[in-house]
Design a protein around this ligand. Structure first.
Ligand SMILES: [Zn+2]
Length: 659
């Protein structure tokens, strides 16, 4: 997979003329060189539904008079830049206007203005599918495409005439949502299968990716319908800075080649004249490398076809660095002590913001804590091999059914340990804990918020009773449990007729039972602490969880002096007999309404690292500088100091024979 890709959007209205009239091969090539780009996704068909080349299966854009797609592919090929080809699948406004019966129809009509400008989603269980397939076939037949990128697709709830008629013919009542779900799943699986057959008929094995803006954790079947994964995740475009690490830490262990896709925009797609600071792109692409991913940056071409020099200067500032680094980033596997069983993967996301939130609060809060705590982790689903990890986190909402109970019992029997919080550990279908966590369930906690009083001082805050806002569970200690902290009840819950002060009721000091309990199997914390952290971000929550993880993992693979805004990963590149340890540091700040911005990147000096790895290290050096680095190794314990970390630094640890 190429490491320095651009995703060149080109959604262009028919109300604009002279399309591509300023396209020049040399200028296009110069910009790709300026941007250090080695692959660019170019357009066959946009969301407006127009083709950018002569077409029998589609209609060429009325303002375009030549084969723009062919010209771009030819120009890119001359300078060894790859050209996957984009077709908009879910949106095709040209056809949507003439075939409203093909629109995806929601069950409840929204209150949105019919005349709001924007695209309309088409259902792939309509005659539109055959048209789309013929358009894909035409591209694969006529052009030397390096892949096919299909956009705006996924399993959709739909009550269009085709879906309703098909359901009724099968004896399904369309009002029964659960009864409809197999039809919606089948529609998507049929679409991806027929795309694969269409592509293979002309170009067997050509890469195909179906983009839905998010790789759903726990749906390996959907991920497996792609040849590779493109993790669309524009931090300033609604995904936030939590989404990419969460998504990447799930994707990399799946073993499919993947990339992280950000954008050059200040905000998101379609922002003409919007730019982020070069430091933001440097950081976002480095973050992809640190998580074992290749890089893609989104841009949008101007309708007249001239590539924007400021954009490619900006992209070049990031990709010049990626180009120097990529040899240490190919074919790596992540080293992790801790596995986070994703709430989304366990199917409990409906109570946690749903798929639309992309992250889900429990998963997002957990990833934030693990990253800030510099803990090496992966995100796993119910199919993952838990035994590859020393600690498994069951965040907030992981109820236990029989298959999961059996799997967890085997994990515990082999010496694994659990960190369970909130509802996690309770039976899926009845009361009580499914595992011995040193506690007996006494029902949902009646007080919210209430207080946690740890029996150990917190790292920064010492001893106190800390307000925890999230939902909690009332528990009692059993013989197998040791209390590490207790719950303290407020005097009462805030109510119209009994309230105190501006916010919530003060602590009564009354013991409300255990708040954190350790047992042979691990540690249980009685609140939804990860959701709470995603929403409130309180330090006491993080220090409580990190205290627990530190007890469960007294000898982690990596320990560092790097502070909370830092991030570390350890990637193993076995083919080169080396580890590559990544360190990053940047502080996104809120600027504007809900926009997180990276502008300044300040260097951090003298970052000490302590690793535990079985191999004997022969040499260590900073990469890409190739500057030798002093280190000490005593048994498995390896220590060194990174003299300066500016944005991103790799340390290469070679353990093989010298070459
Ligand atoms: Zn439909």
């Amino acid at each position: 997979m190429r490491f320095r890709q651009v995703h060149l959007d080109f959604h262009t209205s028919e109300a604009i003329d002279r399309i591509g009239s300023q396209f020049e091969k040399e200028q296009f090539q110069q910009m790709l060189k300026l941007g250090h780009v080695d692959s660019i996704t170019v357009f066959s068909k946009c969301h407006h539904g127009w083709a950018y080349h002569p077409s029998e299966a589609n209609k060429i854009h009325p303002g375009l008079s030549f084969d723009l797609l062919g010209a771009m592919i030819e120009a890119a090929r001359e300078i060894d830049v790859k050209t996957p080809v984009y077709l908009s699948a879910g949106f095709d406004e040209r056809l949507a206007v003439s075939h409203p019966e093909w629109w995806v129809r929601p069950r409840y009509g929204g209150s949105e203005d019919l005349f709001r400008p924007g695209y309309h989603l088409l259902c792939l269980n309509t005659p539109y599918l055959d048209i789309l397939l013929s358009q894909i076939a035409e591209v694969v037949r006529n052009y030397d495409a390096d892949g096919i990128f299909l956009d705006i697709v996924g399993v959709r709830e739909c009550y269009c005439a085709s879906c309703v008629a098909e359901a009724r013919a099968e004896g399904i009542d369309p009002r029964d949502t659960d009864g409809m779900k197999p039809l919606w799943e089948r529609t998507y699986a049929n679409y991806t299968r027929r795309v694969r057959e269409t592509v293979d008929a002309h170009a067997p094995g050509l890469p195909v990716f179906h983009n839905g803006g998010h790789i759903r954790r726990g749906r390996r079947d959907l991920a497996g319908m792609n040849t590779h994964l493109e993790l669309e995740s524009l931090p300033t475009g609604g995904w936030g800075y939590d989404h990419f690490p969460l998504s990447a830490r799930y994707a990399q262990p799946l073993g499919t080649p993947f990339l992280g896709m950000t954008g050059k925009f200040h905000t998101t797609w379609g922002e003409f004249g919007g730019y982020k600071h070069p430091n933001a792109l440097r950081y976002e692409t480095a973050l992809s490398l640190a998580h074992g991913a290749a890089c893609s940056i989104g841009d949008q071409l101007h309708p007249l076809g001239r590539m924007d020099e400021a954009t490619y200067r900006l992209i070049g500032s990031a990709y010049a660095e990626v180009e120097e680094k990529e040899e240490w980033c190919r074919d790596t596997v992540n080293v992790a002590d801790v596995a986070l069983l994703s709430v989304e993967a366990a199917g409990a996301h409906a109570a946690d913001g749903g798929h639309d939130s992309f992250t889900g609060q429990a998963d997002a809060g957990a990833v934030r804590m693990l990253t800030e705590g510099n803990i090496l982790f992966d995100v796993v689903d119910l199919e993952s091999d838990f035994d590859a990890y020393r600690v498994l986190i069951l965040p907030d909402r992981i109820r236990i059914d029989e298959p999961l109970r059996a799997k967890l019992s085997a994990f515990l029997a082999r010496g694994g340990r659990l960190l369970a919080t909130g509802e996690s550990g309770l039976h899926a279908d009845r009361g009580g804990f499914a595992l011995d966590l040193g506690v007996r369930h006494a029902g949902a906690n009646p007080y919210r918020p209430d207080y946690y009083h740890p029996l150990h001082p917190l790292a920064s805050l010492g001893e106190a009773a800390f307000v925890f806002y999230a939902e909690g569970q009332r528990v009692e200690l059993t013989e197998t449990g040791t209390e590490l902290g207790r719950r303290e009840d407020p005097f009462f819950n805030r109510d119209a007729f009994a309230f105190c002060s501006h916010q919530h009721t003060p602590n009564s000091g009354k013991d409300g039972g255990p708040g954190m309990v350790e047992s042979r199997n691990g540690i249980y914390i009685a609140w939804n602490v990860f959701e709470d952290y995603a929403v409130k971000g309180s330090l006491a929550l993080k220090e409580t969880v990190l205290y627990a993880l530190n007890r469960l993992l007294p000898e982690p693979t990596l320990r560092t002096s790097l502070k909370a805004q830092g991030a570390v990963t350890l990637q193993k590149q076995a083919s080169k007999s080396r580890y590559v340890q990544h360190a990053l540091y940047a502080s996104p700040v809120k600027r504007g309404a809900g926009v997180e911005v990276i502008e300044d990147i300040l260097p951090v000096y003298q970052v000490s690292m302590e690793l535990r790895i079985p191999e004997t290290i022969r040499a260590a050096y900073l990469a890409p500088q190739r500057k030798p680095l002093d280190f000490k190794q005593d048994g498995e314990r390896l220590t060194y100091v990174i003299p300066e970390l500016e944005c991103h630094q790799m340390v290469v640890l070679e353990y093989g024979e010298s070459q």
